[in-house]
Design a protein. Structure first.
Lengths: 289, 317
């Protein structure tokens, strides 16, 4: 029997190399860094001796209005408590996350269609190893990117005489765990259908639904609107990773370490359930997935 | 040894493979023939452990093989019909082989890769991306990829499809040389002329059922009931064709230009009888040749018989 870690490592290494050879990857990374730069430099426009004035920068004006409406003023306060870097980190991660998630779904679908996956799993390699390899590739790039952003932010903090404090690092951990949950959702979606388009559509619909449920619920609560939608979202939010992500961030704000840890654990549990389900489905379906 | 017992695969209301019993001995080259949709690919997928049989069992070297026994796949090398080149365009031939060698955990793969590349004359291009390889080069690369881990069984799905004559010869030689090393070779193909050149035994599958299985010669002798004699003559006088058809040993006769094609029973050689008849008519036969029955004809006969059996009528095409 071939050693499972060895095989997964081979697949992961190949997937990492494949990504590094893809020019789109560098465009995405550059785009992420540009976002960090724009936010960091824009922050210097809005910071005043009496506090933050978002009207000084059109981008921040839009961002503030959106975030106040969806997540509340306290969230915003927390976000800028240590300067612009927490926001920069959160926003700049989005392009990379989308790239990793969509490329995983597309690539697996493409490999299924062309028979490449079949060729690989004709050997002593289970489909689940292959999907796990894809998951580890995502993890590798996520960690590398978060480290690079931390380094950049640390440099920025030194230059602008600000600090990278607890909020930045706890947010980074929450983002990391949230990304894990999304990667797990990606695994689950990729084994649900044998067609990449269907897997992608499934992923977009689920993620979109969670996003709408999350932000929609908060907006509804603020407006005290009691309708069916609220009832549905009130239930559905409990399976949404975004819900625990936001709760975890709120827990930091209140200094509730236990709450923070619990939300992280719930996110890890959601990831484990999704990955486990994907693993079981892929083992059951074999190459037929 | 590969053995299947009552192997059956049903997709909803379609029985792709029906009660298939195969026994392929060590060191044998087994040709698996059948028209499109006959159940060849479904059988191969089950033999590779990629698809679960609806019922029946597969034994590899006496041990039961199931989808869960992933490690047993180590004893099988596979050459699929379609090579997914587009997925690995960035790889060189060496990188590609190294990747698969690593997946199969081949110890010290470098010398093995070099040896196989030399064997198929691809060593000189080992560091070139294989996206620009010809179909023949690609097929050879695919075959040596399947041989990297030194499998006991080599399963080839349409290995010579789309190759030029030189490529066909190279692949054929490679298959024969691998068989000489003791490997079981299972070849699925619709190119019957090639199958009959290399296979020790042949199985014909039709609509999921194995309808014939034997050596080439036995299959042909069992299925081909007539010999065909080709005769070139200087001219064909009026009424000559009717006179030949009237001969008691002639089953059928057709004319193409100045060539007569006469079908006669297989009980003995009728060339002398035909030559005498032509001389007696004052004609000189320029050529008399008994055409050897081919596997293709046997295949056509048997599948036609089965079409009739399955449909209850003489369907063609």
């Amino acid at each position: 029997m071939n050693s499972i870690p060895g095989v997964i490592l081979v697949i992961t290494r190949k997937k990492i190399k494949e990504t590094l050879l893809n020019p789109i990857f560098y465009i995405i990374i550059t785009f992420g860094y540009v976002i960090v730069y724009i936010i960091a430099s824009g922050f210097t426009d809005i910071i005043r001796s009496d506090g933050i004035n978002p009207e000084q920068n059109p981008l921040f004006e839009i961002l503030f209005s959106f975030l106040t409406g969806t997540s509340g003023a306290s969230f915003l306060e927390r976000l800028f408590a240590e300067g612009p870097f927490t926001l920069a980190l959160s926003l700049s991660l989005i392009p990379l996350l989308l790239y990793l998630l969509f490329s995983s779904l597309f690539k697996l679908g493409y490999e299924k269609t062309t028979g490449a996956l079949e060729l690989v799993v004709c050997g002593p390699v289970g489909v689940h190893f292959y999907i796990l390899g894809s998951f580890l590739r995502n993890l590798f790039f996520l960690i590398a990117y978060l480290l690079s952003i931390t380094l950049l932010s640390a440099l920025g903090a030194i230059i602008t005489n600000t600090v990278l404090g607890t909020v930045f690092f706890t947010s980074m951990i929450m983002l990391f765990i949230l990304s894990l949950a999304l990667f797990s959702l990606c695994i689950f979606c990729s084994v649900i259908s044998r067609y990449s388009f269907a897997s992608l559509a499934f992923f977009v619909v689920i993620s979109g639904f969670f996003t709408v449920v999350h932000f929609g619920t908060l907006a509804s609560v603020q407006g005290n609107v009691q309708d069916i939608w609220q009832a549905i979202t009130g239930i559905v939010q409990f399976v949404s990773p975004l819900y625990y992500y936001m709760n975890g961030l709120a827990a930091i704000d209140y200094g509730d370490i236990a709450g923070y840890v619990i939300n992280i654990l719930i996110l890890v549990l959601i990831s484990a359930i999704l990955t486990g389900s994907g693993y079981i489905i892929s083992r059951k379906k074999g190459i037929a997935l | 040894m590969i053995q299947t017992k009552h192997l059956t695969k049903v997709y909803r209301d379609l029985t792709a493979v029906n009660n298939l019993n195969l026994t392929i001995k060590a060191g044998e080259i087994y040709g698996f023939l059948g028209p499109n949709g006959a159940g060849k690919t479904s059988t191969i997928k089950m033999l590779l452990g990629l698809s679960r049989p609806t019922s029946g069992e597969i034994f590899l070297f006496g041990k039961k093989f199931t989808l869960e026994k992933v490690s047993m796949r180590n004893r099988i090398g596979v050459v699929p019909e379609k090579h997914p080149v587009g997925v690995w365009t960035w790889m060189t031939a060496f990188e590609y082989l190294s990747y698969f060698a690593a997946l199969f955990e081949v110890k010290n793969p470098g010398p093995r890769i070099d040896y196989l590349l030399k064997k198929v004359n691809l060593y000189d291009v080992k560091n070139k991306p294989f996206r620009n390889f010809s179909r023949g080069m690609l097929q050879k690369l695919t075959i040596i990829r399947a041989l990297l881990h030194d499998p006991d069984i080599l399963i080839l799905d349409e290995p010579i499809s789309g190759l030029d004559p030189i490529g066909i010869k190279q692949v054929r030689d490679l298959i024969l040389s691998e068989n000489r090393e003791g490997r079981i070779i299972f070849v699925s193909s619709h190119l019957l002329s090639e199958i009959e050149k290399i296979c020790h035994r042949i199985g014909i599958i039709y609509r999921g059922t194995l309808i014939a299985e034997d050596t080439k010669d036995v299959l042909i002798s069992r299925l081909i009931k007539q010999n065909k004699i080709l005769i070139d003559v200087e001219k064909i006088p009026d009424g000559f064709l009717e006179e030949i058809k009237a001969l008691d040993f002639v089953v059928h006769c057709t004319v193409t230009g100045l060539t007569l094609s006469v079908e006669v029973p297989m009980d003995r050689d009728y060339r002398r009888d035909i030559a005498l008849f032509i001389f007696n008519k004052g004609l000189i036969p320029l050529r008399i040749q008994q055409k050897e029955a081919s596997l293709e004809e046997a295949f056509m006969t048997i599948t036609q018989e089965n079409i009739e059996k399955f449909t209850g009528m003489g369907e063609t095409g």
